[in-house]
Design a binder for this molecule. Structure first.
Ligand SMILES: Nc1ncnc2c1ncn2[C@@H]1O[C@H](COP(=O)(O)OP(=O)(O)OP(=O)(O)O)[C@@H](O)[C@H]1O
Length: 320
């Protein structure tokens, strides 16, 4: 067949598969409270994402909007390219939320059987019990379960329809260390099977050990989007605090090793990748200082350093 110059290529271009989660400029207020402001992020299928933030950061509101339980004031939420309600109706999304009662006097296996009967395309009951690691409590009454067992049952209910995406709001709340360990082992089996997980947590260590990627929220905004390794690199930073009068933000930023500088009156806090070089530079070129303190950040501190920065300095220097 002759080639016609200028004709379009004949190879069909397949559209890229839709992201498991896509939020674009999502905001939600309750009266004067800006619970979530301009939130945008994308999660590819198969990823495990830890959504981290202190109380009131906006994590639950974000999950509620993802699940179509709360309507954003503005912005767009898509799950696998669909509106949340459609994705959930088609069984692609399962959720384990903090609230929601469970029939108290019924036995665990009967709860699963009942929900199984109501589902459109459920996994077999035994498979749900096995995957959620609740075979050992099958005959227990719901109102006699421990906190950790109750959470495992909630998880079982989330996977009845064999969803591709599971959204978990503080799944290990109320669990002791061994229950937590057991729960995350179950989750790892889920991610190995290719499921996408998004979980909200207060615990930095939990996000670090379980997630491929950590999103840090504070006051309704996304402060950081990083891998645990990047978070750990941040944890290698040093915090240098001192008192000085007339300290200049720009001059401090130009000292060797300084990543950012916060000046509040006479109080100065620098974060540095090389505290020795920074202090040498400070002595030679900085303002006269007193009360010098140098501390390592550590993993938990790395996270806190994000969420404790005053909003004024954050606006000047995004966390990533
Ligand atoms: N239904 C509501 N009505 C009024 N204010 C609300 C409502 N839901 C959440 N808020 C407020 O929105 C903000 C974000 O709350 P949200 O529960 O999303 O945070 P969170 O990060 O999940 O906190 P936590 O870790 O304590 O669960 C808070 O100030 C909260 O008081």
């Amino acid at each position: 067949m002759p080639t016609v110059h200028g004709s379009p290529p004949t190879t069909a271009v397949r559209p890229a598969p839709a992201a498991a989660i896509s939020l674009t400029g999502v905001s939600k207020s309750y009266g004067d409270v800006h619970a979530v402001t301009g939130l945008s992020f994308t999660v590819e299928p198969g990823q495990t994402i830890g959504l981290l933030g202190p109380n009131g950061a906006g994590k639950s509101t974000t999950l509620d909007m993802l699940l179509g339980l709360v309507r954003p004031d503005s912005g767009e939420v898509r799950l696998f390219g669909q509106r949340p309600a459609d994705a959930i109706r088609s069984g692609r999304v399962g959720a384990m939320l903090q609230t929601g009662g469970m029939m108290p006097e019924v036995r665990v296996r009967d709860v699963i059987r009942l929900v199984h009967r109501l589902a459109r395309h459920p996994l077999p009951v035994d498979e749900i019990m096995r995957q959620a690691d609740i075979e050992d409590i099958a005959r227990h009454r719901v109102d006699k379960l421990s906190g950790g067992q109750r959470q495992r049952l909630r998880f079982a209910l989330a996977i009845v329809e064999d969803p591709e995406l599971i959204v978990l709001d503080e799944p290990t709340a109320g669990m002791d260390v061994s229950a937590r360990h057991r729960f995350w082992q179950t989750m790892r089996a889920q991610t190995r099977a290719g499921r996408t997980l998004l979980f909200a947590t207060h615990y930095m260590e939990e996000a670090d050990s379980a997630a491929d990627r950590i999103l840090v929220m504070h006051e309704g905004r996304l402060l950081a989007d990083s891998t645990p390794a990047e978070m750990k690199a941040r944890a290698g930073l040093r915090r240098i605090a001192f008192t000085a009068s007339g300290a200049e933000h720009t001059a401090l930023r130009s000292l060797p090793g300084v990543l950012d500088a916060h000046v509040h009156g006479e109080s100065v806090v620098l974060r540095s990748t090389d505290s020795d070089a920074t202090v040498r530079g400070l002595v030679l070129d900085g303002p006269p200082f007193r009360n010098l303190e140098i501390t390592g950040l550590g993993l938990e501190q790395a996270y806190l350093s994000l969420t404790e920065e005053p909003s004024e300095s954050r606006e000047k220097e995004p966390a990533r």
